[in-house]
Design a protein around this ligand. Structure first.
Ligand SMILES: Nc1ncnc2c1ncn2[C@@H]1O[C@H](COP(=O)(O)OP(=O)(O)OP(=O)(O)O)[C@@H](O)[C@H]1O
Length: 315
């Protein structure tokens, strides 16, 4: 955190008068503010004619600090949080859901990583269809024109059974609930995520259960490489925004990451070590082309062992 003067542009209540008031108490930065007794500051502001605006400035600073520094939570709170808030969204691929103890967890960023044709997009379609049909809003961020309403129709029709009215109702509900955006570069992605954040915070009744970014690696990989510090910073911003949306709004976020050739020709995730901190869960997909059986292997999970694996079918 830095000098208070840098906050004047973004916050109307942190103006020259407020800076002068702070300076009269030896407060020039957030750090100075933090070591002062807030009650004493408020009492001192109350002696002045512009006490109301000064107190608003103090409240504004407190809320900025709170936003930047989430309170620490003990294990009990975290467990309660996990059990009460973070439900699983089923994908509809049964063995996959059983393996993941219910499906994709709300509040988590889950990364599906795998070579081409390993089932990443198909799993995205399944979970999007299932959630949009029964549970609520889905935001599908499509970087490669892969979103297919026809495929969603197939999946919804299959799940809905044979009663025609029910099929039509479910289909309309599912397609209405899926908001699809084409995003062809990282800047478009950041814009959509900012807009989404603002809608979730300020638009009454706007709720999203699932965000899918297919594929995130095709947006980020081109801006990395060499000493491209700006590319790295953009990647970190995207990761931070996705995690924040997931956590604040209890949304399941799914991103896909393709694979590239690494040392000795072995395949490795296209987004490497520095991206690895972003997803809570990293699942590697494979596919046996002869039998059409898909494989899932845990690369990273907060409470399941890495290396665990299962086979599943995509219906
Ligand atoms: N409508 C469909 N019904 C059944 N299977 C399909 C359908 N469309 C595609 N598939 C199969 O799903 C396989 C997996 O494709 P998918 O698009 O999920 O791969 P991916 O891992 O996302 O690959 P990429 O990284 O190239 O996007 C395809 O090879 C295809 O055989």
């Amino acid at each position: 955190m830095g000098a208070l003067k840098y906050l004047t542009e973004g916050y109307a209540t942190i103006d020259t008068n407020f800076l002068q008031f702070c300076a009269s108490h030896g407060i020039f930065s957030i750090e100075d503010f933090l070591v002062h007794d807030v009650r004493m500051l408020v009492a001192s502001a109350e002696q002045l004619s512009n006490s109301d605006t000064l107190k608003q400035g103090i409240n504004q600073l407190l809320s900025i600090i709170e936003t930047c520094h989430q309170p620490w939570m003990n294990g009990l709170v975290l467990l309660e949080n996990r059990e009460q808030k973070k439900h699983c969204l089923p994908t509809g691929c049964n063995s996959f859901d059983v393996f993941l103890q219910g499906g994709l967890r709300e509040g988590h960023v889950t990364e599906l990583v795998g070579p081409s044709s390993s089932g990443k997009t198909q799993v995205c379609f399944h979970v999007a269809s299932k959630v949009a049909m029964k549970l609520g809003g889905v935001v599908y961020l499509d970087s490669g024109n892969s979103f297919s309403p026809t495929r969603v129709k197939q999946i919804v029709t299959r799940i809905s059974g044979s009663v025609e009215n029910q099929v039509n109702g479910n289909l309309q509900q599912a397609l209405r609930n899926i908001e699809c955006h084409a995003v062809f570069d990282i800047y478009a992605l950041l814009n959509v995520l900012r807009q989404l954040k603002s809608n979730l915070e300020f638009q009454a009744g706007y709720k999203v259960r699932l965000i899918i970014v297919d594929s995130i690696s095709s947006l980020i990989a081109p801006i990395l490489g060499g000493n491209n510090a700006q590319g790295h910073a953009l990647m970190v911003s995207v990761g931070y925004m996705l995690k924040k949306l997931a956590d604040r709004h209890n949304i399941a976020v799914v991103v896909t990451n393709h694979m590239v050739s690494g040392e000795g020709g072995n395949l490795k995730p296209a987004l490497g070590e520095s991206w690895k901190n972003v997803p809570h869960v990293q699942l590697q997909f494979s596919r046996d082309h002869a039998t059409n059986i898909y494989g899932v292997y845990i690369l990273k999970h907060p409470y399941m062992a890495s290396g665990g694996s299962a086979n599943f079918m995509i219906p």
